[in-house]
Each structure stands twice: as structure tokens, then as C-alpha cells.
Ligand binder design. Structure first.
Ligand SMILES: [Zn+2]
Length: 295
């Protein structure tokens, strides 16, 4: 006992003596909330997760036009990170290699140190191949997500990889989306990328998905995602749809909105409300839009 106490004291003194740099870590300024911001990147997905102890996870990076002029990494994600004083991305996760999800990734890799790049493994796809090359050239660890993996993010936060399930890297990119379930205490969050009904069915058959409070609706609210069966398993209280104003795909589909409404889910949308910020105190999520809808 005495020895243990002496060791603790020594550690404290050593930390104390190392000075100012360690003080913010010993006495964090923030609170104990887990925060996720669904950024308004138009038609596409990008969200930033900040853990209570300051870890930063970016899931998807918005779109990039063919000529590179419209780059949501440059226009939205990087400026947002800078505005929050974020200097480093611990985990950059790309759910699947579609341009409206990986478009800003190259910019982020050039502008921020990144700990790990996590992909769905379809790394030979156009666009993703270049992103993976950039990551490797900057000595970023590249990891392929597989169903069943669990990442410990500190503060008791766990990220369970629910999908992709199966090894077929040539299948549709949507069907091979990474689906991630985060838990923080009693609160939970499901990020679905552009998972379609085929992937949803696989997840249901796999039997690993538990009810989840906050849902990022799959594939921008497309008609062919968020089936009634899938929704009945998740039983979300709140749903966020990341979607562009007047997009040419007709997202979100009225049928999907109806299914959500039927289950009494509170829905937030980036096209009408801008960025959506959700915080969890480890029990419940509170979400608020950047702008309020007129009553
Ligand atoms: Zn998409």
C-alpha cells in the first residue's frame, strides 16, 4: 500500500513538474459530453465527433466536384475543425468510396495530422485509391474495417463495426458501407453511411445490432434504405438526415420520412436546418440545429 501511494505521488510530482503543457490534460476545460456535429456539406455526408477527453473522429468528408473546384473538405470540414481549435484528427473514417463521402479526404490528409485512416476495404476504387496513397505517403496507418471489430475511444466510448459484412469488395459501394455503432454510457449512436436495404438485411440476419437512440439515416434518406424492419430493430428516438437542398436524387424520399414519422422519431435535416449538433451526457442525446425551422 505504502509503496503504491509513493508511486502515485511520484507520478503526480513528475507530471506537475513537467509544467504548463500538461495542465490542460489534468484539468480539461470541456465537459463530460460526447459531441457529434453533422456538418452541412450539401448533398453528401460528413460528421465530426469529439470525445470528452478531446479525441477527434471525422466520419466522411463531403463531396468534391470533378474539377476539384467544389471541395467540401476545403470549404466546410477543415474550416469547421480550425474554428474548434482542432489540430489533429485521431481517426478519419470513410464509410465507402463514393465521391460525396470521400471528396474532402485528400484536403484533410494534407492539412491535418491523421492517426488512422479507416476504410471499407474498397481501396482500388477510383478516388479512394488516391486517398489511401496520400495517407500512406504521410505515414498514416490505413486500416480496413471489418464487422465485429470494436474500437476503444477513451472515456468508456466504444465504436462497434456492425458492417461491412462479407468479403466481396466488388459489390456495390453502398452495400459495403461501414456501419458504426457508438456507445457512451447508456447512450448510443448509429452511423450508416449509404447502407442500402441489402446491407440492412444482412445486418439484421447477423443479429448484432442493438436498439440505438440516435440514427444517421442511411443514404441521405433514400427510398431504398431505412426499411421498416431495420427501423423497428433500431427504435431510434432521434434521426439526422444529411442531404443537399433541392438535390437531383429526390432525397429524402417521402416514403422514408413517413416510416420515421410512423415510429415517432424526431427528425433533423441538414438541407433545411444547416449543421446539426448532438451532445450526449452518457444517458441521452440532445440535438439542435444551426437554424430553426419556421414554426
Ligand atoms: Zn452518399
Amino acid at each position: 500500500m505504502r509503496r503504491a501511494r509513493a508511486t502515485q505521488l511520484t507520478v503526480f510530482i513528475v507530471l506537475f513538474n513537467t509544467g504548463i503543457l500538461l495542465v490542460p490534460r489534468l484539468f480539461p476545460r470541456g465537459n463530460a459530453d460526447l459531441r457529434i456535429v453533422f456538418l452541412d456539406v450539401g448533398q453528401g455526408d460528413s460528421c465530426v465527433i469529439q470525445t470528452p477527453s478531446g479525441k477527434v473522429i471525422v466520419v466522411d468528408t463531403g463531396n468534391r466536384s470533378l474539377n476539384g473546384q467544389e471541395d467540401m473538405g476545403r470549404r466546410v470540414v477543415a474550416p469547421y475543425l480550425r474554428s474548434q481549435g482542432i489540430q489533429r484528427i485521431d481517426l478519419l473514417l470513410l464509410t465507402h468510396p463514393d465521391t460525396d463521402h470521400i471528396g474532402g479526404a485528400d484536403t484533410l490528409l494534407q492539412r491535418f495530422p491523421v492517426g488512422i485512416l479507416e476504410t471499407n476495404g474498397q481501396d482500388e476504387q477510383a478516388g479512394q485509391k488516391e486517398v489511401v496513397q496520400r495517407a500512406k505517403s504521410r505515414e498514416v496507418l490505413v486500416h480496413r474495417a471489418k464487422a465485429g471489430e470494436v474500437m476503444e475511444l477513451g472515456d468508456g466510448i466504444k465504436a462497434h463495426v456492425i458492417a461491412p459484412i462479407g468479403e466481396d469488395l466488388n459489390e456495390s459501394t453502398n452495400t459495403h458501407s461501414i456501419v458504426l455503432r457508438l456507445t457512451y454510457g447508456e447512450s448510443s449512436l448509429l452511423l450508416t453511411g449509404d447502407a442500402d436495404n441489402k446491407e440492412e438485411e444482412r445486418i439484421l440476419q447477423n443479429g448484432t445490432l442493438l436498439p440505438t437512440q440516435l440514427l444517421k439515416v442511411g443514404h441521405h434518406g433514400s427510398r431504398t434504405s431505412t426499411t421498416e424492419r431495420f427501423l423497428t430493430r433500431i427504435m431510434p428516438r432521434i434521426a439526422v438526415i444529411s442531404v443537399g437542398k433541392s438535390n437531383s436524387f429526390g432525397h429524402p424520399a417521402p416514403a422514408t420520412l413517413e416510416r420515421l414519422q410512423k415510429q415517432g422519431v424526431q427528425v433533423f435535416r441538414t438541407d433545411t436546418q444547416g449543421a446539426i449538433t448532438c451532445t450526449s451526457d452518457s444517458k441521452n442525446w440532445m440535438c439542435k440545429p444551426y437554424t430553426r425551422l419556421p414554426q
